[in-house]
Design a protein. Structure first.
Length: 517
């Protein structure tokens, strides 16, 4: 809804009133899929944050923004210090533009996964933010306007289908019509209601709401309303920050719950098996009784038996007793007598361990409930700090080809030696995996495994960087520079020792070396 035409029309309209005459002071990126555009007029500042992550594309308008000293790159140099002449909203389309001095046009194309920022000069595309989209340079701003005439005849021609008539009319708006009885109305009444809603959309309020566990942006109240706004810039900015807080909260919750539920499953499996064993010991023959029955029937037993069906005089019934065929019946009885001496102690140990596992499972169940109910990151991180949740499963200690870690649902792999590094990068690595290595020193190759449709979260990159620093000659440094890039930009060097590589495009982050979760 925050990228819907009807909202963008109000957003661009608000910008049209506010920023003509302002200049573009800066344009840079310091996170993948994020562009920051800084505007100024005298001492007044406004920033446009363009977040174009595949799973969440959104604009926001912070009044201030602190640029990182490292790992940022200037973009769109041609438009820096250009004055904004006008703001134009493309008709019935999810796009608007800034008309700039020097015949420049900055287009904000907000098409979900295909969103992009594009700079045109005299109608020709000269720069784009995302270069991995096909045929962006072929797009012409003039083709973005949709020619839709709103009249009664056109509405009827669409079969009285608002979404067919105006593609920008989305499911949320359709639900609003449904709630007002749209489908029960006659043809003429449908048009009148549709016309009325279009008029209402010219002067909407803006709502940040929760639907289930999701944060949504709406033009009509729905679900649980968190906030209501009249200013579109303030509304979408608040929505962005609320959504991001909820997103990272859910990410950390999922990571912690996966760990805890894995531990709980192991406890429950032990409790089930140990409970069955305890019941067997308590409700069936013990070792001494089996030995007594065998001794009472020695005359009827032949050597080499794997099982014997004998009369159980303790319970007045026939019973099957498994035997070791390699031992004589008497030796089998002697073995049962020896086991009986330890059985009481084993029962006590089993009962004690079972009680411990049940208590541990109960504590895990309570902690899982607390994490599921945590309303913000502060509470969640306090629980993590209190119970040290991530310290238990952080490193996969099972022997394997590579050292393996997991953080926030992402798998991180670390090479063990030079040949293992080469195997990790070039045999196991995928082109979109993120590759990391301590800068200018020997050390392990590190991969964060790519997940379709997801970007690499900052905390995951930091964790992988700490591992790359820890498994390098900079392990004992306080701060270590680590290079990172997509694996597709890492190449072997012909004739060089195993694990030696050339990196075509690199970024740098600074971390404290650590292998703790």
């Amino acid at each position: 809804m925050h990228n819907n035409y009807f909202f963008l029309k109000k957003l661009s309209g608000s910008l049209k009133q506010k920023i003509p005459g302002w200049k573009i002071g800066t344009c840079f990126s310091q996170e993948k899929n994020e562009l920051i555009i800084g505007l100024y007029a005298g001492k007044n500042e406004l920033y446009i944050r363009v977040d174009q992550n595949p799973q969440f594309s959104c604009l926001s308008f912070p009044e201030s923004f602190s640029r990182a000293k490292k790992n940022s790159i200037d973009l769109f140099p041609r438009m820096i210090d250009c004055r904004i002449l006008d703001v134009y909203q493309y008709s019935y389309e999810r796009a608007f533009s800034f008309m700039l001095e020097n015949d420049l046009l900055l287009v904000f194309k907000l098409f979900g996964n295909f969103s992009n920022i594009m700079l045109f000069e005299n109608g020709e595309c000269i720069d784009v933010f995302k270069h991995n989209l096909n045929d962006e340079e072929k797009i012409s701003p003039e083709t973005l306007d949709r020619k839709i005439v709103i009249d009664e005849a056109g509405f009827y021609a669409s079969g009285c289908d608002p979404k067919k008539y105006i593609p920008a009319f989305d499911d949320h708006m359709m639900q609003h019509l449904v709630n007002r009885g749209f489908f029960s109305l006659k043809k003429r009444e449908k048009w009148k209601l549709f016309e009325k809603v279009l008029v209402e959309l010219e002067h909407p309020s803006f709502y940040v709401v929760t639907l289930g566990d999701k944060i949504k942006f709406r033009l009509y109240p729905e679900g649980k309303v968190l906030q209501q706004f009249s200013d579109p810039l303030q509304a979408v900015t608040d929505f962005y920050y609320t959504h991001q807080k909820q997103y990272w909260l859910q990410m950390e919750k999922s990571s912690l719950l996966k760990i805890l539920k894995g531990q709980l499953k192991k406890h429950e499996q032990y409790i089930l098996k140990a409970g069955k064993k305890q019941d067997e010991w308590l409700n069936h023959l013990d070792y001494r009784q089996k030995a007594d029955i065998i001794m009472a029937n020695l005359h009827a037993l032949n050597p080499g038996l794997a099982e014997a069906e004998l009369f159980d005089f303790y319970h007045d019934e026939m019973v099957k007793i498994r035997l070791n065929p390699k031992l004589s019946p008497q030796k089998n009885a002697e073995q049962f007598y020896r086991k009986s001496k330890n059985q009481k102690k084993e029962v006590e140990i089993l009962r004690s361990t079972l009680d411990q596992k049940k208590n541990a499972a109960a504590r895990l169940q309570q902690l899982i409930r607390e994490i599921e109910e945590a309303e913000n990151l502060k509470i969640l991180r306090a629980l993590n700090e209190k119970y040290k949740i991530e310290r238990v499963p952080g490193k996969d200690r099972e022997p394997g080809r590579f050292k393996s870690y997991e953080h926030m649902g992402f798998k991180i792999l670390v090479g063990r030696n030079s040949r293992n590094n080469e195997e990790l990068t070039f045999e196991y690595g995928y082109k979109d995996d993120l590759w990391l290595h301590a800068k200018d020193v020997s050390g392990s190759h590190v991969l964060i495994k790519y997940q379709a449709g997801k970007t690499f979260p900052g905390p995951v990159m930091e964790k992988a960087g700490q591992l790359a620093a820890y498994y390098s000659k900079n392990r004992n440094s306080n701060v270590c520079p680590v290079i990172y890039t997509e694996k597709k930009y890492v190449r072997k060097i012909k004739g060089a020792p195993p694990g030696t590589v050339r990196v075509d495009r690199e970024n740098i982050l600074f971390v404290n070396p650590s292998d703790h979760s």
